[in-house]
Design a protein. Structure first.
Length: 294
């Protein structure tokens, strides 16, 4: 059987308020647009292993996004910052630009949080959404907000770019760092990820291709009670897939999942937080199952 999805994605661009956002598209010719949203400090092409694991007859129009300040997308520049409201605006514009008849969102970790905020404000914005290692709102006591704001001010006023950058010698060095963070990552996948997630700095060293500003402490995380109202407005079918070996598993996560109306809820063996890199075949099977059910 001839595979419908191309082996390599086509690079595209969508502008949001003048900021260029990179898209990566595998077009199988179908009417369903699948928008893949990566997590914190990751890149859109992290989804390549999932796309490669989809069945040969899968005909979806698959679009992976590099969030602002990640991958090959633009950085906000001096004086700017990255807030979840910005990601919601990115989704508003990007989905309008790329969708066909049916829109399904797949979000990993931070990407799942962002799609939840957007769908809370736009309940009819998508036809379905699959959450991958979505963790729910992480609690922060109200009394901790002033100190958190102080930390953000210490880190960003002024912002010292060099403090947050640790250059790497070459792709092997970058791949080793990725494997240190995720011991389940094979050498082959680590090197592919390293090639997608690094860029050459002046002097020839490699650096991660995200804005180091992301590594500072966000000053105003969304309070759990507010996040609950966003998720409560989501009207499209939801599914959740996580890693059985994720460090985030536990009673707090299960309690949050119990409050969602989920069409699919599954912990995948052999996967940690980076499910799409650890078990792409199992994640692809769960995605196909979810799409068939919605």
């Amino acid at each position: 059987m001839i595979r419908r999805l191309p082996a390599q994605p086509v690079a595209g661009q969508v502008e949001v308020g003048g900021l260029p956002l990179r898209t990566w598209t595998w077009d199988g010719g179908g009417a369903t647009t699948l928008v893949l949203l990566h997590g914190f400090l990751d890149v859109g092409r992290t989804w390549s292993f999932l796309v490669e694991a989809l069945p040969a007859d899968f005909d979806g129009h698959v679009v992976a996004l590099d969030w602002r300040g990640h991958g090959e997308s633009g950085w906000v520049g001096p004086g700017g910052y990255y807030h979840f409201a910005d990601y919601a605006r990115d989704l508003e514009v990007v989905t309008r630009a790329v969708r066909r008849d049916r829109l399904v969102l797949v979000g990993h970790s931070m990407g799942a949080q962002a799609l939840g905020m957007w769908l809370g404000a736009r309940p009819g914005g998508a036809d379905a959404a699959l959450l991958v290692e979505a963790l729910g709102p992480l609690p922060l006591p109200d009394a901790a907000y002033p100190a958190r704001m102080g930390t953000w001010l210490d880190q960003t006023a002024p912002f010292d770019h060099a403090r947050w950058v640790r250059p790497m010698r070459d792709l092997d060095h970058a791949a080793t760092r990725l494997q240190r963070l995720n011991t389940r990552l094979s050498a082959e996948r680590a090197r592919r990820l390293a090639a997608w997630a690094t860029t050459e700095a002046p002097g020839g060293d490699l650096v991660w291709c995200y804005d180091p500003l992301h590594r500072t402490t966000s000053p105003l995380p969304v309070p759990p009670a507010v996040a609950a109202h966003f998720w409560g407005q989501v009207s499209c079918p939801l599914g959740w897939v996580g890693g059985a070996e994720s460090a985030w598993t536990g009673p707090a996560l299960e309690a949050w999942l119990d409050r969602l109306s989920l069409r699919l809820r599954r912990h995948l063996p052999g996967a940690g937080h980076m499910v799409q890199n650890d078990q792409p075949q199992a994640l692809a099977a769960a995605l196909v199952e979810f799409l068939a059910a919605v």
